[in-house]
Design a protein around this ligand. Structure first.
Ligand SMILES: [Zn+2]
Length: 319
């Protein structure tokens, strides 16, 4: 079955139609402790192979590609295309078509916001097509060897040589391309230990990577340095970077702005505090999941990679 997502089709409906939610729906409270099925990552590969990739024009010469994996920012101009993130590897045909629909220029520069497969999946083919890859040093570290993500029950093999970023930095990096100044900043460990933000200064567009999910519960990768408290600190850091005029590209979800960052921070803090209080009272994870600490957000926020119970389990792990 080929299912493509249109603007008229809500994401949850699309994911259900694509069979993708089957990959996460097993996370019923009873299964939280025992499940060992490596299903989410294979499910994402399958979904991305058919998912539509749409192009949204933002400001100046900057657009965003919205598909099944992480959102891709595209900066065009005489230097060739610059991309922030590279989607899931199986989305290559649809990402290629979306890029070609903007203009025929080659991709010359790729920046990874962090090491995860739904943001670096295109590294190898984009490098082969002529792109230099730039990332935080921990992205190179995780891609260079077999890396297990317990939260996904999946071990990623070391990436091929072409997919490894050739240029890395530690804290901050600035580059100029196509008349834009890009400021890259590393976050303290948040979603992973490799997260960076990319600010297109003149256009005032901020790509946050997966430190911000717009109206979706975030995955938190404890296996490579992430934590709920780190995620909250990064959400606070994002708020400090923006004004009312800033356009914010999340790792997942629609392009938003400052108000969406405020909401994301509020949701994380409220659920973290409720889960922490219940855990302190000695309640088990099963009991806390059953208490539905995110009840007022679950219908909207628990529909992408993370079911409400899976998100509560990740918060519980860190409080
Ligand atoms: Zn991620």
């Amino acid at each position: 079955m080929v299912v493509t997502r249109s603007a008229e089709m809500p994401r949850r409906q699309f994911l259900a139609a694509a069979g993708f939610t089957a990959a996460t729906a097993w996370l019923a409270p009873r299964a939280l402790f025992a499940q060992s099925d490596d299903v989410l990552v294979p499910g994402a590969f399958k979904e991305a192979s058919t998912a539509k990739v749409t192009v949204q024009t933002l400001r100046r010469n900057i657009s965003v590609l919205l598909g099944a994996g992480g959102n891709i920012a595209v900066l065009t101009g005489p230097d060739g295309k610059l991309l922030v993130d590279a989607e899931i590897v199986t989305s290559r045909p649809n990402v290629s078509a979306a890029l070609a629909s903007i203009n025929p220029d080659p991709v010359k520069q790729l920046i990874n916001t962090h090491w995860h497969f739904d943001h670096t999946g295109g590294n190898d083919w984009l490098h082969e097509a002529g792109a230099n890859i730039l990332a935080h040093e921990n992205t190179r570290k995780h891609l260079s060897k077999d890396t297990r993500v317990e939260g996904w029950k999946h071990t990623f093999p070391a990436a091929p040589a072409g997919a490894i970023p050739s240029t890395v930095f530690t804290d901050e990096h600035t580059l100029n391309a196509n008349g834009s100044t890009l400021v890259l900043k590393h976050y303290a460990p948040a979603h992973t230990d490799s997260d960076i933000s990319v600010h297109f200064t003149e256009a005032d567009i901020l790509h946050t990577g997966d430190t911000f999910w717009n109206r979706d519960y975030p995955f938190i990768d404890y296996s490579t340095g992430g934590s709920i408290d780190g995620h909250i600190r990064a959400a606070e850091a994002n708020l400090a970077k923006v004004t009312e005029k800033t356009l914010v590209i999340p790792g997942h979800g629609a392009v938003g702005g400052k108000a969406d960052l405020v909401l994301f921070l509020d949701v994380l803090v409220e659920i973290r505090d409720k889960v922490a209080a219940l855990k302190k009272q000695g309640r088990s994870l099963e009991e806390i999941v059953a208490a539905k600490p995110g009840a007022r957000f679950d219908a909207e926020w628990g529909n992408l990679f993370m079911t409400p119970s899976a998100f509560i389990a990740l918060v519980y792990q860190g409080v």
